[in-house]
Write a protein that binds this ligand. Structure first.
Ligand SMILES: NC(=O)c1ccc[n+]([C@@H]2O[C@H](COP(=O)([O-])OP(=O)(O)OC[C@H]3O[C@@H](n4cnc5c(N)ncnc54)[C@H](OP(=O)(O)O)[C@@H]3O)[C@@H](O)[C@H]2O)c1
Length: 248
């Protein structure tokens, strides 16, 4: 198949990544979806195909591995005609702990999955995104990065996680300064608690029905994909109704 619109979504086996995959499948976008669990990914192929995605490729790999960026982008290149239209950098690890006793190995893992991996994947995908942008110049190619409200507003116990997410905001800004004039634009989405597996640990204080639905983040992502190459959308902070807006 040639000239297809395609998306590469990391961490797409459940939660926010899966909601975005479904929304893009419904827009008839071909997909490469990644996560660690091959079984979980492969089980989603029939559903995403039925929603409208012309082809769905799965890649199982751990984003903590520095080689993962090359693996997933090379797989996408081979199956999607050498081009990428939408890169969704979503895979991430949640971790909590006060600074005074935070273990160095957990800090390394957090930075590896939440920042190094998106950075390396963005870098590896750039030639494919340039090719994708050239095939639909009016819209260009898009990058959507799932950051967190903790990257914007500090919260006790979330220093490592919040710093990794704040780093993504800076990465997106710098990327736009370097590349947005060439048809590739990036936007960071920074939500408060979203009702997924990752936030289940806090159900004792925040009930799931008080959290942001994952589909709301997918609606945003789907809208960004359809904007022209002439606009750059800055960080989108999504807070929970009923809060001051400064809390996860
Ligand atoms: N939920 C929230 O409250 C919230 C709020 C703000 C931002 N976020 C951010 O949103 C993103 C998605 O979170 P979520 O809530 O949707 O989490 P989730 O439901 O736990 O899903 C995480 C996804 O990422 C994959 N993943 C996790 N670690 C990975 C690794 N090391 N390598 C490759 N894939 C990995 C998981 O699949 P496998 O386990 O099979 O690898 C899964 O597909 C994360 O970046 C998170 O920080 C979440």
């Amino acid at each position: 198949m040639t000239d297809e619109t395609s998306a590469l979504i990391t961490g797409a086996s459940r939660g926010i990544g899966l909601s975005i995959a479904k929304a893009l499948a419904a827009q008839k976008i071909s997909l490469t979806i990644t996560a660690r669990s091959r079984e979980a990914l492969d089980a989603l192929v029939p559903e995403l195909t039925a929603l409208g995605s012309p082809r769905v490729i799965t890649v199982a790999c751990d984003m903590a591995d520095p080689a993962a960026a090359a693996t997933i982008t090379e797989t996408h290149r081979r199956h999607h005609d050498g081009a990428l239209t939408v890169l969704v950098l979503n895979a991430g690890v949640g971790t909590a702990g006060r600074i005074e006793a935070f273990p160095a190995n957990r800090l390394d893992k957090t930075i590896a999955v939440n920042f190094r991996s998106p950075f390396l994947t963005l870098q590896a995908a750039l030639p494919l995104l340039r090719s994708g942008a050239s095939r639909r110049p009016a819209l260009g190619a898009k990058i959507i990065v799932v950051s967190s409200i903790t990257g914007v507003f500090a919260e006790a116990g979330l220093a490592a996680y919040g710093a990794s997410k704040a780093a993504l905001l800076s990465l997106v800004d710098t990327f736009n300064a370097e590349e947005s004039a060439n048809g590739i634009t990036a936007t960071a989405i920074a939500p408060a608690y979203v009702d997924t597996d990752m936030s289940a640990w806090t159900h004792g204080t925040v009930a799931p029905e008080m959290m942001i639905p994952a589909d709301d983040i997918a609606h945003l992502a789907a809208a960004l994909v359809n904007m022209s190459a002439r606009s750059v959308v800055g960080p989108v902070v999504v807070s929970r109704a009923g809060t001051s807006g400064y809390h996860a």
